[in-house]
Design a protein around this ligand. Structure first.
Ligand SMILES: NC(=O)c1ccc[n+]([C@@H]2O[C@H](COP(=O)([O-])OP(=O)(O)OC[C@H]3O[C@@H](n4cnc5c(N)ncnc54)[C@H](OP(=O)(O)O)[C@@H]3O)[C@@H](O)[C@H]2O)c1
Length: 239
């Protein structure tokens, strides 16, 4: 019997690739998302259980422990993205506040509450992996600031859970192709600029992220915790 794995936002993009990689290894995977039909279709493709849970809704998150009566081994906090349209220079302070709160709620608080709700159920030898973003290195908007907060929070989670032999890390991707993150807002010019910033001159793929996430949750990675691991083809270097 494989491990119990939760991948939030697992019905598409990076989360689907992560869920598929765990399922291919024989783990029992549960994926969450907001759109039931999309979730159902994704679950059928990889043989995973599905649960409609909005990462921006604390009441939905409070239902998670009921899904894992016997415990959980791996939590992947992947759900996230741009929430609504960013307030502009002419927007009111209240518009800015609405945008920031909604963005922080989904991209930061969603992961925090997911871990809080399942912390007691995490088994020894388990792992928490949260998906950050290269944007956190240049945080100048609500999304990037939420991702920077996620990395800071992760360091404390690692310390708290480490005593129970549970690791906690951030995987921080650069531009990953083949996702819906940018909706229709990724022009050919912008894509070319993002690829040009990499040393390897290609965009990342969801499978690149899945490979690192599954490694961090593996037996081979038990001494890696409290870290932010960058996956961006060299677009941002740590030295
Ligand atoms: N793509 C990139 O270049 C890139 C780069 C850096 C970081 N990331 C991060 O990677 C993660 C995955 O993004 P992606 O690129 O794979 O985006 P995506 O293609 O838009 O997929 C997002 C997935 O998460 C679900 N989702 C979105 N909001 C949710 C919410 N509030 N609650 C629950 N599920 C939600 C979506 O399903 P529903 O819409 O049905 O809920 C979908 O399954 C995000 O945290 C993103 O910030 C992406």
């Amino acid at each position: 019997m494989g491990r119990e794995v939760l991948v939030t936002g697992g019905s598409g993009g990076i989360g689907f690739a992560i869920a598929q990689a765990f399922a291919d290894s024989g783990d029992a995977v549960t994926i969450t998302g907001r759109d039931h039909d999309r979730l159902q279709a994704a679950g059928e493709r990889i043989g995973s259980r599905v649960a409609v849970v909005d990462a921006g809704d604390p009441e939905d998150i409070a239902s998670l422990p009921g899904l894992f009566p016997d415990g959980i081994d791996v939590i992947v906090n992947n759900a996230g993205g741009f929430v609504g349209s960013a307030a502009t220079a002419t927007s009111s302070v209240l518009d800015h506040q609405r945008h920031w709160l909604a963005t922080l709620k989904t991209n930061l608080l969603g992961a925090v509450l997911t871990v809080i709700s399942l912390e007691e159920k995490l088994r020894r030898g388990g792992s928490v992996v949260s998906i950050g973003s290269i944007g956190a290195e240049y945080a100048a908007n609500a999304y990037s600031t939420a991702k920077a907060g996620l990395a800071a929070w992760n360091a404390g989670v690692s310390e708290r859970l480490g005593a129970r032999d549970i690791t906690a890390n951030i995987v921080s991707p650069g531009f990953i192709d083949g996702t819906d993150l940018f909706g229709g807002r990724m022009s050919d010019d912008r894509r070319a600029r993002l690829v040009d910033r990499t040393h390897v001159k290609r965009a990342g793929r969801p499978a690149d992220v899945a490979a690192l996430v599954t490694f961090l949750a593996s037996e081979q990675a038990r001494h890696i915790t409290g870290q932010t691991l960058h996956l961006n083809g060299g677009a941002h270097t740590t030295r």
